[in-house]
Design a protein. Structure first.
Lengths: 345, 458
């Protein structure tokens, strides 16, 4: 098997996918989170500011999902096919909320009527929250695994298979993390009374996330002990969860000191660190077959060909600096507090 | 209904709905590049008013295009899992390239295009417009490459057998430049340009007959007519090229296009007609030997008929394929006629007095949209029963883990949400058009730094 920097291609691509989803979580995370708390912001002007805080960037952030999904499809088609067809209902709901959210952002401020704006505010907020929740639910199911046959197809996936206590908990924790992240983002983009309001909401979001994270951790250790095995086998890896906990603990500390930019960096780090934990635990599995470990989908049996992965790695190597440059330029241009003008949503 | 037919209906429905928007984004993108470019060159404020107005319409079509586009990527996995496993290795690099080179470019610069008027200098804004336009063009390249590979697979090998079989890439450039890629990309691009140009013409024709925004609209309709005239002729040539390609690479599809059942010499070309699938006869107006001439420049040439292929390797809906193909061609001809007529009156200086023609232009916006849809119907239905021509059958490409009730649920969901989306789209489009470009003098908030470096320091 061909290698680069001592890593084989499937492993490298696993890292690429991980990096992209981590980037997606960080970027779409704040606009989904800001959307989920939208209804708690009162007053039309305030809501417009909150909406326009994500206005110029939400579309670009969603691109990461398209690219992330594309890299998963491209690199691990077997995993993509099995996961998406087994999780049919959550993915279809996810798509519906993605569309509903785009419509809501686009249409909300196009009419003056109060009922019109309230209607879109509600659908924007609910769809943002549901997207965050469903992302977590799917992640929860991946972590938990489900029965697979020897062709790596899900065995008899029934309509409500995706709804289990563990996955729901992961979903709620994801939502809480994104709301905290979104609240921090809003502190950077707002001023005056709205800013004070957002700071208060941030406090609640931080408590919410830390509670959810604690509950999920305990639940995992009791009911999903397989998710901690790798760390038991390699105690040196314990520095990872430790770092994650320190990063999380640092967020309220920085928020109290009003260092919101740094708090944003740490909540972004939290996304990456938690995903690294997931990756370390799963590797080299992508989806564990709960009936027979031999049927588990790994990065090797799910991977595209060597040739295909090599091509994709080349494309990613050429393209990534470009994407980072565009993203940087756009954020640079729209840096700073939101000012509504005639082009705003 | 079974999973197969439901999944096919759902994919056809979602992809057709999606395809209302990307051609408009590409086509309006082209018109934006032209008009904003002319503004920078001539400093004529009217071009800026025109650009700002069309950017608003562009935003509407682009936003819906992105949201409805994610659906297909997901459906590959949810509804067509076997297909995903089969083609994953081939589509992988094409989709990766699409995401990284095209989609990221267009979506990032879209923010500046829409919201950056007062943040960056006119020159940087124009560069963003060009970036978005190029991004959408690149996007079309990679998507059509992937689809063309399904029509004419190349640069691959098959590994595994039976349901385990899958295609592996052996040569990237051979895959990208598979036999039908280039002509189909060009055909799709120009179809999109025509969709944009005719929307441009339609809206400005509407203003002219309503005697509003006349100054801007006279300018707009001329830009639109220039693009429409040029590209409708180019499309005639490209369409012919595409049909030639089909004749060479997918003879069964060509035979279905023309309802050509029996292999013989001097095959006929139908202008319009009706295929009786029972008796295998076509009734209609034909040019004797026309098909033979078009494909081989010889009225007596031999063209393979549907009888040259096994019964289970040709499409079942011959009449539908025939009709969609002929409607597309017919509309293409109408577009040429309309644009030539418009240009003719323009050069005689009486265009703005021809109310009947302007009214025709207002409604002609639907024509390129229909031609784009019908062209794809013909291309995709004509490929059946294959999803990958000659390699993978549509009936084998399904997800085994998905049941009919799930697909029925999502199909109902899509019907509901797309109906809502379409009503809102038409409502807002209508509203924006009614509101019109701002004719009052622009309050100029635009910064005028020189060059791209300055906006880093603000």
């Amino acid at each position: 098997m061909e290698t680069f920097l001592g890593l084989d291609y499937p492993t490298l691509w696993f890292l690429v996918v991980g990096a992209l989803f981590s980037g997606y979580g960080i970027l779409d995370g704040f606009d989904l989170g800001a959307g989920a708390m939208h209804l708690f912001i009162k007053g039309d002007k305030n809501r417009r500011v909150a909406l326009n805080a994500v206005g110029p960037v939400w579309d670009g952030n969603e691109v990461w999902l398209v690219i992330g999904g594309g890299t998963l499809f491209a690199g691990f088609p077997v995993f993509y096919a099995t996961l998406f067809s087994a999780m049919y209902i959550p993915f279809m709901l996810f798509i519906m909320f993605i569309i509903l959210r785009a419509i809501s952002i686009e249409f909300r401020s196009k009419e003056e009527m109060k009922w019109w704006r309230t209607m879109w505010d509600v659908s924007y907020s609910i769809s943002s929250g549901m997207i965050a929740f469903l992302l977590g639910v799917v992640l929860g199911n991946v972590l938990k695994g489900f029965p697979l046959d020897s062709n790596y197809e899900a065995i008899d996936p029934h309509l409500t298979m995706f709804l289990n206590p563990f996955s729901i908990l992961v979903g709620l924790t994801t939502l809480a993390l994104m709301m905290m992240h979104g609240a921090i983002y809003l502190t950077l983009k707002t001023e005056g009374k709205l800013f004070d309001k957002v700071v208060k909401m941030l406090e609640k979001c931080m408590i919410g996330f830390i509670v959810m994270f604690g509950v999920l951790s305990v639940f995992t250790l009791i009911f999903q002990p397989h998710l901690a095995e790798r760390f038991k086998d390699h105690p040196s890896l314990f520095f990872l969860p430790l770092t994650a906990i320190l990063a999380i603990a640092n967020i309220p500390r920085l928020a109290r000191k009003k260092k919101y930019m740094q708090a944003f960096v740490f909540s972004s780090l939290t996304f990456s660190l938690l995903l690294i934990l997931v990756a370390v635990q799963l590797f080299p599995n992508l989806l564990i077959a709960s009936n027979d470990p031999n049927n588990s989908i790994t990065i090797y049996n799910a991977a595209a060909s060597q040739k295909g992965l090599g091509l994709m790695l080349t494309i990613a190597a050429i393209g990534t600096p470009l994407v980072l440059a565009y993203t940087f330029i756009v954020y640079k241009i729209f840096w700073g507090k939101v000012k509504l003008d005639e082009h705003s949503y | 209904m079974d999973v197969e037919i439901l999944s096919r209906i759902q994919f056809a429905f979602t992809v057709s709905f999606h395809y209302i928007y990307p051609p408009l984004s590409i086509g309006i993108g082209l018109m934006l590049v032209i008009s904003e470019g002319l503004f920078l060159k001539t400093k004529d404020q009217r071009y800026e008013v025109l650009t700002r107005f069309w950017v608003k319409i562009f935003a509407l079509t682009f936003g819906i295009g992105v949201a409805t586009g994610i659906v297909m990527e997901f459906e590959f996995g949810t509804n067509w899992a076997t297909y995903s496993r089969y083609v994953g290795d081939i589509f992988g690099s094409a989709l990766a390239a699409e995401g990284i080179f095209a989609f990221a470019l267009e979506s990032s610069f879209l923010g500046i295009l829409l919201f950056g008027w007062n943040k960056v200098s006119p020159r940087v804004h124009f560069m963003s417009t060009v970036g978005v336009f190029f991004g959408s063009m690149f996007s079309a390249i990679w998507i059509v490459v992937a689809n063309s590979w399904q029509q004419t697979p190349a640069g691959y090998k098959i590994v595994g057998e039976g349901m385990e079989a899958r295609a592996e890439i052996t040569d990237f450039w051979e895959m990208v430049f598979n036999p039908s890629s280039v002509e189909r990309i060009l055909h799709v691009w120009v179809g999109a340009f025509l969709a944009g140009a005719f929307l441009f013409i339609s809206v400005h024709a509407y203003y002219l007959v309503r005697e509003r925004h006349q100054d801007i609209s006279k300018l707009g309709i001329k830009l639109g007519l220039m693009a429409a005239t040029f590209f409708s002729f180019v499309q005639l040539f490209l369409g012919h090229m595409s049909a030639d390609g089909v004749a060479e690479n997918q003879p069964a599809k060509l035979a279905a296009f023309e309802g050509h059942y029996y292999t013989d010499h001097s095959a006929d070309l139908y202008l319009f007609g009706w295929v009786d699938q029972e008796s295998k006869e076509v009734y209609g107006v034909k040019i004797p030997g026309g098909l033979a001439f078009l494909t081989q420049f010889n009225f007596d040439g031999k063209v393979e008929g549907l009888d040259a292929f096994p019964e289970d390797e040709i499409p079942t809906q011959i009449n539908a394929v025939f009709q969609f193909y002929h409607l597309m061609v017919g509309i293409g001809m109408m577009l040429i006629g309309l644009s030539v007529l418009g240009t003719f009156y323009w050069f005689r200086g009486t265009l703005f007095k021809q109310k009947w023609l302007l009214w025709t232009f207002v409604f002609a916006v639907i024509l390129p949209q229909l031609a784009n849809q019908f062209g794809w119907f013909a291309a995709e239905m004509g490929r059946q029963p294959w999803v990958v021509y000659g390699l993978l059958r549509t009936s084998d490409a399904l997800s085994k883990a998905v049941q009919a009730d799930q697909v029925l649920f999502s199909l109902i969901m899509f019907t509901f949400i797309y109906t809502l989306l379409f009503i809102l789209f038409i409502y807002l489009l209508n509203k924006k058009i009614k509101h019109g470009p701002s004719d009052t003098h622009l309050i100029d908030h635009r910064p005028h730094q020189q060059g791209i470096n300055d906006f880093f320091s603000e």
